[in-house]
Design a binder for this molecule. Structure first.
Ligand code: GUN
Length: 282
């Protein structure tokens, strides 16, 4: 089965749009601030797509575009301004940041109550401790869990293999799958004989940024394959980390690129913005 993230995203939007309208009627206007520093082309596209989705759902979206030479002090001051603004419920600083800015300092500067990305040490701690409170989680892995659930892929007792150890995808993905009862193996760029791990995965999540790293022969027949890659092949075409055209014949379920994980990341961001707005107004 092809896991159609775009269709699922559009389906979830219907309920979210209604929920936002209902909140508006009570005087609550869920509001997201996205700060983008510099001109990274991929980031520009992500931020544009986030804004479009927010507008579609009736979520207030404020985009702050800042030059690549912005100082860290100025960025921290901008975050402080929105931390203090109780009309703002979520603050997202698009990563990566230019090298003069320390990402850790920026992530820690965002009010935990507005940490819509779930990147703060507090929210990461809750995830890894499998806390049963409500807290935001990195949107890409959270959106993947929503897709698995929707396609009736139950991680319980399954072997999940993660390829990629990033803070945004790989690490939180493993934690979510562990919390859902999977047996989790983390692999990454230093893993020797990667294929010997991926071939044992019932659920394989690949987030490396290496175009077509995973071939059909690296996949266990019938496995669920989730491709987080947004790479360019030698012709400049957008492709994933999985060699889709061949992998699709081996996998049981697989996400395409584009139209798989990407739309679900943005839908999850909107869900978490709404949730933070509701919590702030309880
Ligand atoms: N860059 C790539 N993915 C993400 C994300 O989920 N959040 C932020 N803030 N930056 C990103």
């Amino acid at each position: 089965m092809i896991i159609d993230g775009k269709a699922l995203s559009n389906q979830l939007d219907v309920n979210m749009k209604q929920e936002v309208a209902d909140l508006n009627a009570t005087g609550l206007y869920p509001t997201l601030v996205v700060i983008i520093v510099g001109n990274d082309p991929a980031s520009q596209i992500y931020v544009r797509n986030k804004h479009r989705k927010a507008v579609k759902l009736g979520i207030r979206s404020i985009i702050e575009r800042k030059p690549a030479d912005m100082t860290q002090a100025d960025l921290l001051a901008l975050i402080a301004k929105y931390n203090a603004d109780d009309q703002v419920h979520g603050i997202l600083v698009q990563l990566p940041l230019p090298k003069q800015i320390d990402e850790t300092a920026v992530i820690r500067a965002i009010d935990v109550k507005k940490d819509v990305d779930g990147f703060s040490p507090e929210n990461v701690g809750k995830l890894f401790a499998n806390s049963h409170e409500h807290y935001p989680v990195s949107c890409t892995p959270k959106g993947i869990m929503t897709m698995l659930d929707h396609y009736n892929v139950n991680p319980e007792g399954k072997h999940a293999v993660i390829v990629g150890d990033s803070n945004i995808v790989g690490r939180p993905m493993g934690a979510l799958l562990l919390n859902a009862g999977a047996t989790v193996t983390y692999t990454h760029i230093l893993t020797q004989d990667l294929s010997s791990f991926t071939r044992t995965a019932d659920i394989l999540v690949v987030a490396t940024g290496v175009a077509h790293l995973i071939k059909a022969g690296d996949i266990k027949p019938g496995a669920t394959v989730i491709d987080v890659g947004m790479d360019r092949d030698e012709n400049g075409k957008l492709v994933g980390d999985v060699d889709y055209d061949n992998a699709v014949r081996v996998a049981g379920n697989i996400t395409p690129v584009p139209g798989g994980v990407g739309p679900m990341t943005i839908t999850t961001l909107m869900q978490q913005t709404i949730e933070l707005a509701k919590v702030a107004n309880r």
